[in-house]
Design a protein around this ligand. Structure first.
Ligand SMILES: [Zn+2]
Length: 113
């Protein structure tokens, strides 16, 4: 009974710190000071990954990384690091530059048809 109570308490401690906006590194240190033993990053992640805060933070991060195509207005989040080669919708390699000939929009073309 005591062990279960302790584990619950430890999980609650981790989740509380995470909800306060602390990073994994901070939580690892705080845990070590409070409970006198080290835990892995993966363990913290496992506990934290199911919380609404985690999903919210991840969504914000994705929003920061999101790219808007200046040719077709498509907005997406690249999965890999580094600059994407082309826009996934209009396939333009110049998605980050405004067209000199005028901004053609694929979506509008679709609507006309
Ligand atoms: Zn595009």
């Amino acid at each position: 009974m005591n062990i279960i109570k302790t584990i619950r308490e430890q999980k609650l401690f981790i989740i509380t710190l995470y909800k306060q906006g602390h990073t994994y590194s901070y939580i690892l240190n705080a845990y070590k000071i409070k409970f006198g033993k080290s835990i892995s990053r993966q363990y913290v992640h496992q506990i934290v990954a199911n919380t609404a805060e985690y999903k919210e933070r991840k969504a914000k991060l994705n929003e920061l990384k999101a790219i808007t195509c200046l040719r077709c207005d498509h907005r997406w989040t690249p999965r890999n690091l580094g600059k994407p080669r082309v826009c996934p919708v209009c396939r333009s390699p110049w998605y980050d530059r405004i067209s000199k000939k005028g901004n053609y929009k694929r979506k509008e073309i679709k609507c006309v048809i």
